[in-house]
Design a protein. Structure first.
Length: 100
């Protein structure tokens, strides 16, 4: 049975309260009978993600700046930076490039 969209209004507040209580994405999806992808969609601007959702989360500006500064050090390479920041190689290459 399809759920009428109008009856699902207010799901964001339910998701946020359950996420603040420490529930996982999977458990919230089961509890509210919604898609697991709906959870990070609503949590993205509230900084409640906990895990990175590549589709919705972008690298924060502070991390971008830190990557750029880190990559200026002569002893650092891309592999070390990916481990240090726990981001992909492509993210390091994107933000670690020297301007010029």
């Amino acid at each position: 049975m399809k759920t009428d969209r109008r009856s699902r209004r207010g799901i964001k507040s339910e998701i946020l309260s359950l996420r603040q209580a420490g529930m996982s994405y999977g458990n919230i999806a089961k509890e509210l009978n919604c898609s697991k992808g709906t959870i990070p969609y609503h949590c993205k601007n509230e900084e409640l993600n906990g895990e990175r959702c590549k589709r919705h989360n972008k690298t924060p500006l502070s991390t971008q700046t830190a990557i750029k500064a880190y990559m200026q050090r002569p002893e650092v390479n891309v592999a070390k930076a990916t481990r240090a920041f726990q981001v992909s190689r492509m993210t390091i290459l994107k933000y670690g490039r020297a301007e010029g």
